[in-house]
Design a protein. Sequence first.
Length: 316
Amino acid sequence: MIGVDVGGTKVAAGMVNDRGEMAEHLRVPMNPRGTADEGFAAVTSALDELLRMHLVGKEAELLMGICAPGPLDPRTGVVLNPPNVPCWRNFRLADEILARYGVKPRVDNDANAAALAETLWGAGKGYGNVFYSCIGTGIGTGIIVDGKIFHGRTGSAAEGGHVSIDWRGPRCNCGKRGCIEALASGTAIARRAREAVAGDAKRGAGLLAMAGGDVAAIRSEMIGAAAIAGDLLAQEILAETMEFVAVWLGNIVDLLEPEVMILGGGVAEMFRPHFGEIQARMKNWCVNAQYAEIPLVPALYGENAGIAGGAALCCG
């Protein structure tokens, strides 16, 4: 199976077997602000090189899944109006792939596909009802019900990153206030840290030192390291962010009661030593008394989750 991951800066593609194991894979740059054809050329460049590397001829029977930027229609494979790839507006991605390669690909957003990959082959294997989230620059989520992606009525369900936990909170890029993405994503954590250090450089001295003395250079990945090193401000920001996540996951449990919750992405990796603490904090934010029986686990797939997810779409 071929898995393809289309993002705002790159297209990644790789071969994946039916056990979720990845062979060679590659990345090529993506131009999201050119023409639709230029954006599609990045996809075909990656696919042509992957097929050449694996000596796959046109006569081969291929299965292909593509993680594409949303919003999109997973039934038709049409990319509707993605903010991260503005060159594709009502772009018929599945039809274009079919015309060029003779393969009708499955198309879905990256979090949905990664959730399916984790369910089939990763941290959610053996569970039928799974909640997955990638917490990185933004926050994406996928919901698996009875082993299938839950799309909702039109394919736009599972936008868990835009569940608001504070109607008076900071405005999210989606336009709403207090979305978990606006509070606990890598972008949000870095913003809060920069604002706090600018207000009190003494309390954030360790964090500022890691950034070379430049407040603007503070990044979210520095928070965990600075907290371990004893930086009080970093510890405070980390604790506050874990509380945000606990509130959010408490809502998820009360709404969905999944069998397992999987967290992936760079920020989730920073939280990994604190998963137990996050789950303990959920006690104050859950009606469901059995919340602690739901495992909170790290994702198996890292930076190649999109490739694995694309391949998983061929099995779903």
